[in-house]
Design a protein. Sequence first.
Lengths: 343, 195
Amino acid sequence: MDGNYILYKFILATIILLISLVVAMYSTLIERKLAGFFQDRLGPNRAGIFGIFQPLADGLKLFFKEEFMPGTADKFLYILGPSLTMMIALLTSAVIPWGGSLIINGVEYSLQVADINVGVLYVFAILSIGVYGIMIGGWASNNKYALIGAVRAASQMISYELAMSMAIIAIVMMGGTLSLSEIVEQQHGFNWNIWYQPLGFVLFIVCAFAESNRSPFDLPECETELIGGYHTEYSSMKLGFYLFAEYINMFISSAMIATLYFGGYNFPFMDDLGLSHNALTIIGSIVFFAKISFFGFVFMWVRWTLPRFRYDQLMRLGWKTLLPLALVNIIITGFVIMLKNHS
Amino acid sequence: MPDNQHIGQLTSRSKIVSDKKMTFMERIYLPALMKGFGITFSHLFKKKATIQYPEVKRPIAEIYRGKHVLKRDDQGRERCTACGLCALACPSEAITMVAAERKEDEKHLYREEKYAAIYEINMLRCIFCGLCEEACPKEAIFLTNEIVPSDYKRTNFIYGKDILVESVDKRVDISKRQTPAVLNFKKDKNQSHNI
């Protein structure tokens, strides 16, 4: 563990952090633009060409707004809520393999910050803490709407976590590994998991929408019923953190979908191009980001297509449909693996 | 279904509601979802309805009823004689005026012996119905196709003579609203109950 190694990890982590933040920043603009297009409008186009300075303007606005705190709020928890949400949203990016590896001066540098052998478990763990930021924020606000939003968020995220984990377990069974980099390696070329786990993919993507509190599962926020849900009492950059964390979550969820089901940085005919290792890695990373962008688009597409679920429908879908389907998926996967090993 | 299902109903577009059990394809919702995605996706490429306002303006009718103008006659004299008929006709009581007598040396300024020293229209009260224009016996007030701009203060919406009276060298064209048919209609004694 020499200084060089630590420096390289530090630089990589910084780059990934910055990319996450910039992507989240510009997703807000893209979301608004797409919302406009879906509704036959133009979307923001006044701040710079195509509105490219809109995120900066929005960010500045949030920074300069009044920092309001309700008199009855629990001060410590009130500040902890958005901070925790932001931190947790950024944590997952550490284990996602953003590309293969670069060989510089004979030394191999992996484009993954932490290649831990329990990557999938780590993701589950982070997802589980994810609900705390919202819960604490909603509780500390001392507001009925915020509390209802927080309770909804908690029950929704806990319910959908189950089905989500079950969907991933089928992949873990197929590959026999919990390491995300190995899962990606196994999907070399066009051998993507989506071809083997179509049901698992549908389950996972539905749960991913629910976990990131995006429409049609945006019951914790639910402007029309709960004002703003858990962030009703938040203003200024604390509110900004909550909204920002949602976009980071979207980015990370898209990355997870691409990693688990769409081969991560792998792309078809990657071996036939005859490219050098480094060139292949760079193209792979670009392809990975293209996949992430596509799923980011899907997130927005769904938001502007589907209406919000009713609360009982949400729970029924989670417990009575997705969870049994995920279990059936596991059984079928296990059965197929057994048949394969036997023959 | 035969067409006679609508017999006894007032419309031919009514639908018979049924709560039959959904088929399997309907129950998994995915085909319906895909259809919805198709619809929203097609909207990405549709022509946008947005009109980029300050640069592009919607075409408005030439006889649009917008901001008022107080006309001058061909010698540049104000036509208004402060009779108060417009204020009387105004359903939202937006018009006030103070009359004054014309001095001997003001003959080039005012057409009649009596004129409006103060003439104010409250644009927040005005409903742009055009009744003032119809009531005016002197063809002095007209509505134009100009739009009353927004402002930050209520007091700024009370337009006085400085805004309303047309300038001598920049006449406002109201010929579209003052057609011969309109003039004849105004002269017709049988139609006077309309004015």
